[in-house]
Write a protein that binds this ligand. Structure first.
Ligand SMILES: Cc1ncc(COP(=O)(O)O)c(C=O)c1O
Length: 307
């Protein structure tokens, strides 16, 4: 959030930011409850297509803040098309690439001006540090952001820097395993009659499959899904044995969370429901354990949640 805050501090009272429909709840919160106090407003896009972004632009729009795949419904935005719309209107394109990492997706090559990562997730990879980073291609923009960062104090301590460098050394190996495990689990969940809906851009049936394949080297390892009628979500979470019930994502260990009351609790209920973050939605961050073990745990928790 320090990285996102440094980037958003580029803007002034009267400026407006156009937001992807399903951004991380904390990004929504910092705009809604912090930057709004400084007169910086935001507008949430109604869909993922270029004309949805076009429709959200006003004469005050100064930036697009995009996530693809977005959190937690894994909706895919065509980054080449969306960044082009931003540029046509004189706005900059900021992409939160946390879910993909530079190993799978490089938004600067797709037209973005600024890329942010929560390095707490895959880049660190071991759930033992909190860090973020900002990547730009323009020297002047880099200088302005570094000035803000230094002035406001969102800098990383030496030990966290050490942990992050250590984590990045195994990024490629970990991501290959994360993606292979997630693909296996998503395919199994998609076949299950006990799963009502599944969101994962690695499934050919997913709305974002083709675009994600064009712009990224893999679908990532985040899956969200809803159980069929006759299952109790609370019971699913309490029955998990290997997969931990926790927020965050991107660590070597698999995590499950309930976006409506955890990561996305800051979003008002009516907004949440309108954008599809239902009370039954389950989000999985698939780790690098043995895929059979993860799948067995998820399947036994689904069975245990029947009523
Ligand atoms: C997509 C995304 N961006 C940013 C953040 C914020 O990261 P941090 O907790 O490292 O500040 C998160 C955290 O969950 C996230 O999922």
């Amino acid at each position: 959030m320090a990285a996102i805050t440094a980037v958003l501090s580029l803007f002034s009272a009267g400026d407006e930011i156009v937001l992807s429909r399903n951004v991380y709840g904390g990004t929504y919160r910092v705009l809604d409850q912090v930057f709004s106090n400084f007169g910086i407003t935001y507008r949430v896009v109604e869909g993922e297509r270029p004309h949805d972004f076009e429709a959200a632009v006003t004469e005050r729009t100064k930036a697009f803040l995009l996530e693809s795949p977005a959190n937690p419904l894994l909706e895919v935005t065509d980054l080449v098309a969306a960044t082009a719309v931003a540029h046509e209107h004189g706005a900059i394109a900021i992409v939160d690439n946390t879910f993909m990492t530079p190993y799978l997706q490089r938004p600067l090559e797709l037209g973005a001006d600024v890329v942010v990562h929560s390095a707490t997730k895959y880049l660190g990879g071991h759930s033992d540090l909190v860090a973020g980073l900002v990547v730009v291609r323009d020297d002047e923009l880099a200088r302005r952001i570094a000035f803000i960062q230094n002035s406001t104090g969102g800098v990383l301590g030496p030990f966290d820097s050490f942990l992050l460098v250590r984590g990045i050394k195994t990024l490629g190996v970990r991501m290959d395993r994360h993606v292979a495990n997630a693909q296996r689990i998503a395919e199994a969940l998609a076949r299950s009659p006990e799963v009502a809906s599944i969101h994962f851009p690695g499934l050919p049936t997913d709305a974002g499959y083709e675009i994600n394949r064009r712009q990224a080297a893999g679908p990532g390892a985040m899956i969200s899904f809803e159980l069929a009628e006759g299952h109790d979500v609370r019971c699913f979470f309490s029955s998990l044995e290997l997969v931990a019930f926790a927020e965050s994502l991107g660590g070597v260990e698999s995590l499950a969370c309930h976006p409506a009351t955890m990561t996305h609790a800051a979003i008002p209920r009516e907004v949440r429901e309108r954008i599809g973050i239902t009370d039954g939605l389950i989000r999985l961050s698939v780790g690098i354990e043995d895929a059979d073990d993860i799948l067995a745990d998820v399947e036994q928790a689904i069975r245990a949640s029947r009523f």
